[in-house]
Design a protein around this ligand. Structure first.
Ligand SMILES: [Zn+2]
Length: 291
């Protein structure tokens, strides 16, 4: 019976009205890998789910993506893929902004820690444009075992986002992968930084499948009133936004991740109102700020 509950309860979400024009789903984390066939296929999936997505795209793909976005308005919002160490980084931020992209990401593989002062001018420029920045956080894959690489997961520890969030308060920051495995740090810095959110894409929900209630110990401050917690009645789980981390045109990952998110939120007893924000509302408000 308990296994059936998620299936039975999820449709209740439809009972909670969203803002006019708000979709049911906004996927924060989708990689475009340069195959033009991907865009219509993924968009068909989004239309079926009443969804929108942040699409991570490299500068070379801007013309294709821009053309597709113009033909399919209000479906995809660009995040510019770039390296923090690119000597032309500031110019790239300007270019992404001028092309209508809404943010940067997924930032990964930096030569220094994410919060290093050398990167501050980039964050400052992005903040000027009220951008979203998605950072890869935590353990990162190693694609080619034979090739020497100057890449370290340690430079991408989730705790490096704390300084960035405080120093650049008008940035909206998404930490991808909830800092895997530093979940506790992710939640704690999220607790004090209203401009910081996380997706829990990647291996985490597979790893924790048998123990999804674990996340209640990470997002612990619901209904806790104390001088040590921010004054808010927002559910701790609203630090999460939905992100599928579809890459390499693997559309199945979208369905798997959606299923895992639903199971996670059900296992932790997250209310339909909060789920509506996690699946769409939070990013909707970021993408459509009130004047
Ligand atoms: Zn990532």
């Amino acid at each position: 019976m308990t296994r059936l509950l998620p299936i039975l309860l999820f449709p209740l979400l439809a009972a909670f009205p969203a803002e006019p024009g708000q979709p049911k789903l906004i996927d924060a984390h989708v990689h475009y890998n340069g195959n033009p066939d991907f865009l219509p296929k993924f968009t068909a999936k989004l239309i079926a789910a009443d969804g929108q997505a942040l699409l991570i795209a490299a500068p070379k793909d801007i013309p294709d993506v821009r053309k597709f976005m113009a033909a399919n308005p209000n479906r995809l919002f660009g995040l510019g893929q770039m390296s923090l160490d690119d000597p032309q980084a500031l110019q790239l931020v300007d270019d992404f902004h001028n092309t209508g992209f809404r943010g940067l990401g997924e930032l990964t593989g930096p030569q220094y820690s994410f919060d290093d002062r050398r990167y501050w001018p980039i964050y400052e420029r992005a903040e000027k444009y009220r951008m979203i920045i998605m950072f890869h956080t935590g353990i990162v894959n190693r694609r080619n075992f034979a090739e020497p690489m100057n890449v370290s997961s340690d430079r991408m520890r989730v705790s490096t986002l704390d300084l960035i969030a405080r120093r650049f308060p008008k940035l909206t920051i998404i930490g991808a992968h909830l800092g895997n495995p530093d979940y506790a740090w992710a939640a704690e810095i999220g607790r004090w930084n209203p401009n910081l959110f996380f997706d829990v894409s990647g291996s985490t929900l597979y790893k924790k499948q048998a123990d999804l209630a674990f996340f209640k110990t990470i997002f612990w401050w619901d209904n806790v009133v104390s001088p040590h917690t921010p004054k808010t009645d927002i559910s701790a789980f609203e630090k999460l936004v939905f992100g599928s981390d579809v890459f390499g045109d693997n559309l199945d990952e979208f369905d798997r991740e959606l299923d895992l998110y639903r199971k996670l939120l059900q296992a932790c007893g997250v209310s339909p109102t909060s789920q509506e924000k996690i699946f769409a509302g939070t990013l909707w408000r970021v993408l459509n700020p009130k004047p």
